[in-house]
Design a binder for this molecule. Structure first.
Ligand SMILES: Cc1cc2nc3c(=O)[nH]c(=O)nc-3n(C[C@H](O)[C@H](O)[C@H](O)COP(=O)(O)OP(=O)(O)OC[C@H]3O[C@@H](n4cnc5c(N)ncnc54)[C@H](O)[C@@H]3O)c2cc1C
Length: 395
């Protein structure tokens, strides 16, 4: 097989990070080949944020990221900030809004972000090749070789931007981890994150009965907690607070849910007992959580009757359930529904300033394939933009 062409930079994976890196390398006058095995690129961007792409967050800060090196992301986030990305979005006249908690979404469609990136790639003379199968990547003394089925491309720099393992049906693969291992880089075991939690037996039955109900809650695991919406589903629990805690939760341990985060339920029930002693307990609880949830909790705890007739110690059990429900998930829904992947290429192997491998000159890893995972809310895309930008300055 003969080498077809030499490029300064070959980027593998035309997702958020890969496209950003291609644009930046191209703008510096480097010849860039961007490769993807998918027929249609930017699929994760397209499905993100419910089709409106939560493309960054105004509160971007290293504390919003999980990594075995808590400071690794600082340099990239400083070199290319959320404001830099907002400027790019504005320069393409894409209208956006803050939904909540600093989360910025397109007003219309996430396709606008894909089109913007493709337009920038075009302006930067990036060569894009989709629907390709990459069989091997190797290195000789001077160059890297990327072997496709019929031909080989060579380059001075290789950027691996193949993302994580979530949503395999739209093209996620472990290719990036395999390349890292091939080049003798450590990979921290990946696992599904920002993912719904599953439960067994009676908790699952309760969730099934309550499917579709959402409730503001504080969900905590150890000292980590999130106060956001929680959703009952026919498979278990989901919603932002559950997705957030799933990135921290470890199998076999309990999580804790406060279903009434702004109310001391013990005092509330004490006052209600004094004031309105004839009221049925489930209707008392219906005043602070949705009616179906109130009924379900009373059934689950087998508490019924008029509040006046219920002993205080039973009311305390009920109050504790509402303010501090401890439950043990059996697992997660896994990569099928996870938004991101925890773990990845160990940050100890990479320069935080350039994203280049410390062992191999010219080999870069960016985006989700690296052991940096953002909280829910636009942080994962910001990491893709920032790490892609940084590598683009040094390829
Ligand atoms: C349903 C969903 C919703 C999300 N919503 C948001 C959101 O609103 N905000 C947010 O910040 N984050 C969101 N995320 C997370 C975000 O999409 C990712 O963190 C981000 O896309 C990572 O960018 P990346 O470039 O590293 O990887 P990706 O965007 O996944 O791109 C990787 C690319 O590599 C290609 N590839 C993979 N393997 C190979 C191979 N073997 N050969 C060639 N090419 C390959 C893939 O086809 C893909 O194009 C969401 C994720 C999901 C699944």
């Amino acid at each position: 097989m003969e080498t077809l062409k030499h490029f300064d930079v070959i980027i593998i994976g035309a997702g958020a990070a890969g496209m950003m890196c291609a644009i930046e390398s191209g703008k510096r006058g480097r010849s860039v080949l961007l490769l993807d095995h998918a027929k249609k690129i930017g699929e994760k961007i397209r499905i993100s944020g419910g089709g409106r792409c939560n493309f960054t967050n105004l509160n971007t800060h290293p504390s919003k990221f999980i990594s075995s090196n808590k400071k690794f992301m600082v340099s990239a986030l400083n070199q290319y900030t959320h404001n830099d990305f907002i400027k790019l979005v504005e320069s393409h006249n894409i209208k956006f809004h803050e939904k909540k908690l600093g989360q910025l979404f397109c007003d219309n469609s996430s396709q606008q972000i894909i089109d913007m990136l493709l337009d920038e790639c075009k302006k930067a003379n990036v060569n894009l090749l989709t629907d390709v199968i990459i069989q091997n990547i190797s290195k000789n003394e001077t160059n890297y070789s990327v072997e496709l089925i019929d031909y080989i491309y060579s380059s001075s720099s290789i950027v691996v931007a193949t993302g994580g393992l979530s949503i395999p049906k739209i093209g996620a693969t472990k290719f990036g981890y395999d390349i890292a291992k091939k080049f003798d880089l450590d990979v921290i075991s990946p696992s599904a994150a920002l993912v719904p939690l599953t439960f067994s037996n009676n908790i699952l039955d309760m969730c099934k009965n309550l499917t579709g109900i959402s409730q503001d809650a504080i969900v905590s695991y150890g000292k980590t907690f999130f106060k956001e919406g929680m959703l009952f589903t026919h498979r278990g629990l989901s919603g932002p607070s559950i997705l957030q805690i799933s990135s921290y939760w470890k199998l076999t341990n309990e999580i804790n849910i406060n279903l009434c985060p702004d109310l001391d339920v013990v005092s509330y029930l004490g006052n209600k007992k004094k004031l309105n002693s004839k009221q049925d307990i489930s209707s008392v609880i219906s005043e602070i959580v949705p009616k179906r949830l109130a009924l379900s909790i009373c059934n689950y705890l087998n508490i019924n009757g008029k509040i006046s007739e219920i002993p205080n110690k039973i009311l305390i059990v009920l109050a504790n359930f509402l303010n501090s429900w401890s439950l043990k998930p059996t697992g997660t829904e896994g990569y099928r529904t996870a938004e991101v992947t925890l773990g990845g290429v160990n940050t100890n192997e990479l320069s935080s300033k350039t994203m280049m491998s410390k062992k191999h000159e010219g080999l870069f890893f960016i985006g989700e394939v690296v052991d940096v995972t953002g909280h829910l809310g636009g942080y994962n895309f910001q990491w893709a933009w920032s790490s892609g930008y940084v590598a683009g300055q040094y390829t």
